[in-house]
Design a protein around this ligand. Structure first.
Ligand code: NAG
Ligand code: NAG
Length: 290
């Protein structure tokens, strides 16, 4: 029996009464006989799977819904486990990401001012910025002279994401900034504001603050985050190029931006859930980034 990634995530979501235990890397476990468990999963009634908390092969159990993510089940009389238990290091990464999401932009903080300057110099390396509030920002696709009024719900993270994109994939970043690809609309999306919207869209998509995962995407992302500290930032870059691609594909104008963002989210979700996507770098659209 081949356990695909989607099946595994499915179990995590619906089997929330299953005992969790041990540490393992499930996404790399290929062959498992799930037997009766699979039957229950199909019925979405996983609670009847019995696990002895003190069973030696299961280590010390915790419950799905907290850190997630190991299931124990009985096979041929022995307890086995499939886990994506969050190790302390993984928990730490998740906490750091959640903390980043809560930071509002604060113009009085020197490190926030520095981030704005860093964004400018990464975007326009040969041009001097005349001030943190300046008409120059409009050129980058901010709504006014003061970018901070555009951060809103996405906060400081949206600025960090833009800086990361500009520095990590400078060719793609410049390409999108300067609207170089394809046949462009007469009413283009404003580059920087679109970036803020993308940060916000990904935050909503991952739904990290929800008590229980509501979609497959969150547990999959958590696993990817455990492999890379930069998973969120990389996902942002992928989403940005996907958005621009869809924009061009539809010959969209700014009126349709919301729709484009929705289909961007759908595509990003679809790619994240593909079986062989274990890192952001494995997403098909990652190859668009240069
Ligand atoms: C995009 O961001 C801008 C600036 O923060 C905001 O005014 C607008 O409502 C956002 N649009 C969407 C679709 O999130
Ligand atoms: C976009 O425009 C091109 C030509 O300008 C056309 O061939 C294509 O069908 C259009 N796509 C959509 C989705 O309207």
């Amino acid at each position: 029996m081949l356990v695909t990634k989607n099946m595994f995530v499915f179990m995590l979501l619906y089997c929330n009464k299953l005992m969790l235990c041990g540490i393992h890397h499930p996404l790399k476990l290929q062959v498992l006989e799930l037997g009766a468990l699979l039957f229950h999963i199909a019925d979405m009634k996983c609670f009847s799977v019995a696990v002895k908390p003190d069973d030696a092969t299961c280590g010390s159990p915790t419950w799905i819904g907290k850190g997630l993510t190991c299931v124990c089940f009985k096979r041929k009389g022995a307890y086995e486990r499939i886990c994506i238990n969050l190790t302390p290091q993984q928990e730490e990464r998740l906490k750091r990401l959640k903390d980043r999401m809560k930071v509002y932009f604060d113009a009085s903080r020197p490190e926030h001012q520095d981030a704005l300057r860093a964004l400018w110099s990464a975007t326009y390396p040969d041009r001097e910025l005349s001030g943190l509030i300046s008409d120059q920002w409009k050129e980058m696709g901010w709504q006014g002279r003061d970018p901070s009024t555009d951060f809103r719900g996405a906060g400081f993270l949206s600025l960090e994401n833009l800086v990361f994109f500009a520095k990590t994939f400078s060719i793609s970043f410049q390409h999108l900034l300067r609207k170089q690809g394809g046949k462009r609309s007469a009413w283009e999306y404003p580059f920087a504001v679109a970036g803020v919207n993308i940060t916000f869209m990904i935050m909503q998509m991952l739904d990290l603050d929800a008590m229980k995962p509501r979609t497959f995407v969150r547990p999959v992302f958590l696993q990817i985050l455990s492999e890379s500290e930069w998973a969120f930032d990389l996902l942002y870059c992928v989403a940005f190029v996907v958005m621009d691609n869809q924009w061009l594909h539809r010959n969209a104008t700014y009126m349709e931006f919301n729709d484009v963002l929705k289909s961007t989210r759908a595509q990003v979700e679809r790619e994240l859930l593909m079986d062989d996507v274990l890192r952001i770098e494995d997403m098909p659209s990652y190859s668009l980034l240069i």
